[in-house]
Design a protein around this ligand. Structure first.
Ligand code: KIV
Length: 268
């Protein structure tokens, strides 16, 4: 943990420079926001995974911008130090005008300090415009769950040479356009490593191996209360600790020391 100063985009860039791993976790309310903040998490993502783990939907598709604002407000009330990143939900950024208007709503009403968008619905020009407007952007690549009906299932992305090259090129174009953070989901270790080496901004991984600059997990997976089947890359930290605080502290410690994710939670 690096002091009590508010975590910003600059802090994250310095972490990358110093090779200090960035510990991120999702949260959806003030109580968990406060617990995570107190144990030294660097970034809290108000994720659209709220649709699956809290609202009980099968996918993130039904989540609305109003849902995201409601949960961001709650998380904000519990957090002082951690940076608060908020997901733009499905079809809230399909056009440049909607993208700007909804990003502004998340910041003005929800208190978002960073917004995350999935590559696909997100376009390069949107990143440029958000950047010009002073909105910090995290671009989510690899498995992008908002497009799940197009993929037809949750699978590792970028295994074939051509797909890997495209992901690497896309990632670098997004950084060039102004993205301040990349998030890679379900990506082979080697590809995630190459993107991390090439990227001048931090790369956060979930199911992307340990060679990235930081890790994120869905809170309810880490504390074993998520409904449905466990994803291969999400470790149950409750198993070894037995209390929520203990489990989350163990997560931060294992991320910071590079212990998590081991091979068992990664893809070749
Ligand atoms: O919404 C979410 O939980 C995510 C994960 C990748 C952390 O986007």
């Amino acid at each position: 943990m690096s002091g009590n100063e508010k975590v910003t985009a600059l802090t994250l860039k310095n972490f990358k420079k110093k090779k200090e791993k960035i510990a991120c976790m999702t949260a959806y309310d003030a109580a968990f926001g406060q617990i995570l903040d107190n144990i030294g998490i660097d970034v809290i993502l108000v994720g659209d995974s709220v649709g699956m783990v809290v609202q009980g939907h099968q996918t993130t598709v039904p989540v609305s911008i109003e849902d995201m604002i409601y949960h961001s407000k709650m998380v904000n009330r519990g957090v002082n130090r951690a940076m608060i990143m908020v997901d733009m939900p499905f079809m809230s950024y399909a056009t440049p005008a909607e993208c700007l208007a909804n990003a502004a709503l998340l910041m003005k009403e929800g208190g978002a300090e960073f917004i995350k968008l999935e590559w696909g619905e997100l376009e390069i020009d949107m990143v440029k415009r958000l950047t010009e407007c002073g909105i910090p952007v995290c671009a989510h690549l690899g498995l992008t769950p908002q497009a799940i009906h197009k993929y037809g299932g949750y699978r590792v992305q970028g295994r074939e040479l051509e797909a890997a090259k495209k992901m690497q090129d896309d990632a670098l174009s997004l950084v060039e356009a102004g993205a301040d953070l990349l998030l890679l989901e379900c990506v082979p270790i080697e590809l995630a490593k190459n993107i991390t080496i090439e990227s001048k901004v931090p790369v956060i991984g979930i199911g992307a191996g340990k060679e990235v600059d930081g890790q994120i997990l869905v809170l309810y997976d880490a504390i074993d209360i998520a409904p449905g089947k466990r994803t291969r890359f999400s470790k149950n930290f409750m198993e070894q600790e037995g209390s929520i605080q203990g489990a989350l502290k163990a997560y931060v410690k294992e991320v910071k020391s590079g212990l998590f994710p081991s091979k068992e939670y990664s893809f070749d």
